[in-house]
Design a protein around this ligand. Structure first.
Ligand code: ADP
Ligand code: ZN
Ligand code: ZN
Length: 739
């Protein structure tokens, strides 16, 4: 009988499987797909995942190495997750091994045991009462018992201190037989300790229609787009649908964008449900992440909330998938495996036969298109819940008006009025730092990054020039490096400068800046929000971090300092992004009784898209933008793939792409694939970045199928091309950023 050959997926960019012999002493019959093995790979050891066992290998028998160790007795990967990873690897033309590395918890990839931690749980015994005569003189035992009685599912040991339960008292209660202790799986998915059981709100007719529509397809695949204006009660719809999912004995997976929203969102869910909630975002440590993953897999978590990669959390009883803010760009991973979590969530919902709900106040044009062509059922929420009004928009033409640190006079007056009325102001500017440029007034020198084709941003407070593209930072020069004179001037305004100017103009109120520089420290964000929630007059200045999800009920004026970038950018998605940002920022205002006002400073006050957006709203804008996309043959009316390359020497990346282009043309001819255009290669818009020269080749197909057939033929060829050795290249399927 021939030896069994194990075909493994290894964490390598190479799009192939690797053959090994079984580890010594392990019979082939003990092996099943999904199990992990430690294997030798060159001079390293890697953890691979078994894909199949076969009886023949192309590798000569004397070159086949045995695996070193079998790491699992049963496969830790459920079949459904494995299938999703296979689909992902194929669709994004990515190596299966690397796809699995992105999809699995770090500790599993590193070969740690796929086992949950165990913990002691304390529970009051049936019939045990604090009035028990044995406790008459033991107030601490009485207190411990009554606290435990409020937690019928038991209190994990590590929360005892938090609940002010005394350990000695517990042991005494244990001796009296009034409490019991059992060792169970550590609860990464916890029932909230201070559970409040907040009541469900009575739904308005639109909300009820949305809930009922989704519920009616429980148990089968169906895709819904919940398009509801900001504050229309989308989250309430999610919550009630999750409730119905839990009642049906199923699990709900909720994807949220990558922001500092984790704790807030958890709070809102935890108040509502006495359910086991697992949270998976970037701040969760590796151990907790694995525990949450295992709990979800084994049906020990009811609700899984997480950012992008939580999409790959296995579920024992999947019932519903929700993607909140489905338009958000953070769902697309921009390195390595360039997947889109929203798109994959749809694939997963179909594979697992559950309904999926995509929600947004500003749906992506892709999703609206899918609603138009019937692939998604469109659910609209047109009114703000709780009677709050929609904000009013004002385009403020700043042509030939002086700007003082980015602020025009009429805007300054509007801010003053709002503050005098005791209300809060939000100033939005999507540019960090003090000024985007430092210029010598005498000789025209400009602070450029040495490694990028980009200017360095002046950060006044830290006294640095920083490149926002490669991260390089240097001290701000005291005199001009070129002519030696002293007249160095910041040009343009970022959030730091706007903050400084506003603090001078309005010394009587606090000015709070919210951007990546101010919120890098962990608690900074919550301290800022506490100030805002107190409701006293103040000014918030910030980047798009402000636009996401937070509620600022006392903000009645939103000022958008510069909307023009989105209107004349070369990226065809720029106007969509700008519109989404404007509407999302505007949505922060006037959520309660007070109506909000939104002032947009612009040099293009008559631009049709801007007029449409501000006068007729996002959906009118989106229709207009979609018809422009259709006319230009751009996505979603065509399909893109972008081959990027970068190299240390100029010309190298383009040389590689030239060759790649030739191969693509050859393959298209051979396989008779039509309707695909090759655009480029061209230098990237910022050609040099972090010391590398970058270029790109865009593939545009009328239909998805031929484009993907070409990619499947092309990638193995690219992998073999000698020119590929000196360049770093990557393929981006359905890119959302063309730069
Ligand atoms: P969205 O997620 O669409 O921005 P939310 O669900 O956060 O909206 O709701 C906005 C506000 O309206 C919240 O304060 C919420 O409690 C309230 N709300 C939602 N639905 C209702 C309802 N049916 N009746 C009363 N208030 C509601
Ligand atoms: Zn100079
Ligand atoms: Zn740089």
């Amino acid at each position: 009988m021939p030896d069994a050959i194990l075909r493994l997926a290894l964490p390598s960019p190479l799009r192939r499987l690797f053959d090994y012999r079984a580890p010594p002493g392990i019979p082939a019959a003990a092996l099943q797909p999904g199990m992990r093995l430690r294997v030798p790979f060159g001079r390293r050891e890697l953890v691979g995942i078994l894909v199949e066992v076969v009886d023949h290998s192309e590798v000569p028998a004397d070159k086949l190495k045995p695996a070193l160790e079998l790491l699992d007795r049963v496969s830790p990967l459920p079949a459904a997750l494995f299938r999703l990873c296979l689909w992902t690897a194929q669709y994004y033309q990515h190596s299966l091994g690397d796809t699995l590395s992105w999809a699995l918890p770090v500790l599993l990839r590193q070969g740690e045991p796929a086992e949950a931690r165990q913990e002691r749980f304390w529970q009051a015994c049936e019939g045990a009462r604090a009035e028990d005569p044995r406790l008459a003189r033991a107030p601490r035992q009485r207190q411990a018992l009554s606290t435990l009685a409020q937690h019928p599912h038991g209190v994990p040991h590590h929360l005892l201190t938090h609940l002010e339960i005394n350990r000695d008292s517990l042991n005494l209660l244990l001796e009296k037989g009034l409490v019991r202790m059992e060792v169970r799986r550590h609860a990464p998915a916890e029932r909230h300790a201070g559970w409040l059981a907040q009541a469900e709100l009575p739904l308005n007719p639109e909300q009820r229609a949305a809930c009922d529509a989704v519920q009616s397809s429980f148990g089968g695949f169906n895709a819904f787009l919940l398009a509801g204006v900001t504050g229309s009660g989308k989250t309430e719809v999610y919550l009630q649908l999750i409730h119905r999912t839990l009642e049906a004995g199923k699990q709900a997976l909720v994807l949220i964008p990558e922001i500092n929203l984790g704790p807030q969102t958890l709070e809102r869910f935890a108040r509502r449900f006495n359910a086991r909630i697992a949270l998976l975002h970037s701040a969760v440590n590796d151990r907790d992440r694995l525990d949450a993953w295992l709990a979800a897999r084994d049906g020990e978590a009811d609700i899984i909330i997480g950012t992008r990669s939580a999409l790959f959390t296995p579920l024992k009883n999947p019932g519903l998938i929700i993607v909140d803010e489905e338009h958000d760009a953070s769902y697309k991973q921009q390195e390595g495996l360039r997947y889109h979590a929203r798109d994959l969530a749809l694939v997963r919902a179909r594979q697992e036969n559950v309904p999926i709900l995509l929600g947004s106040a500003t749906p992506s044009l892709e999703s609206l298109h899918n609603a138009h062509n019937g692939r998604y059922a469109l659910l609209r929420l047109t009114q703000r819940a709780g009677g709050a009004q929609q904000p009013r928009f004002l385009r403020l033409d700043v042509k030939s008006r002086p700007l003082d640190s980015g602020l025009s006079m009429p805007l300054q007056q509007a801010i003053a009025q709002t503050l005098e009325a005791g209300q809060q102001v939000l100033v939005f500017l999507n540019r960090r730092g003090f000024a985007p440029t430092l210029l010598c007034h005498d000789c025209g020198w400009i602070g450029q990054c040495n490694s990028c084709d980009a200017r360095m941003t002046l950060h006044q407070r830290s006294g640095e020039l920083r490149c926002h593209h490669c991260g390089h930072a240097e001290r701000r020069p005291s005199h001009c490096p070129s002519c030696g004179r002293l007249d160095l001037r910041p040009v343009g305004a970022g959030t730091e400068r706007a903050e400084e100017r506003l603090a001078l103009l309005f010394p009587q109120v606090p000015v709070l800046r919210i951007d990546r520089d101010t919120t890098a420290r962990k608690d900074a964000m919550s301290a800022l929000f506490a100030t805002i929630q107190r409701g006293e007059p103040c000014i918030l200045v910030g980047t798009q971090m402000l636009a996401k999800g937070h509620h600022f009920p006392r903000v009645t004026l939103v000022a958008i300092l510069d909307a023009d970038g989105g209107l004349f950018s070369a990226d065809f998605r720029a106007s969509e992004r700008m519109a989404q940002l404007i509407v999302q920022v505007a949505g922060r205002a006037g959520r309660a009784e007070e109506p909000g006002k939104v002032i947009i400073q612009t040099h293009l006050a008559d631009h049709p898209l801007l007029v449409q957006l501000t006068e007729q709203g996002y959906f009118a804008f989106a229709e207009q933008a979609l018809s422009e996309r259709r006319a230009a043959g751009l996505p979603p009316f065509s399909h893109l793939a972008l081959l990027r390359a970068e190299a240390h020497k100029p010309g190298q990346a383009e040389g590689f792409l030239d060759e790649a282009c030739g191969e693509a043309e050859r393959l298209m001819g051979e396989a008779e694939l039509g309707g695909i255009e090759l655009l480029g290669p061209v230098p990237a818009p910022m050609e040099r970045r972090a010391g590398r020269y970058r270029a790109q080749l865009l593939l545009q197909g009328n239909a998805r199928a031929p484009l993907h057939r070409l990619l499947a033929l092309w990638l193995p060829v690219l992998e073999q091309m000698p020119g590929g050795r000196a360049v770093r290249w990557s393929l981006d399927v359905d890119p959302i950023d063309l730069f």
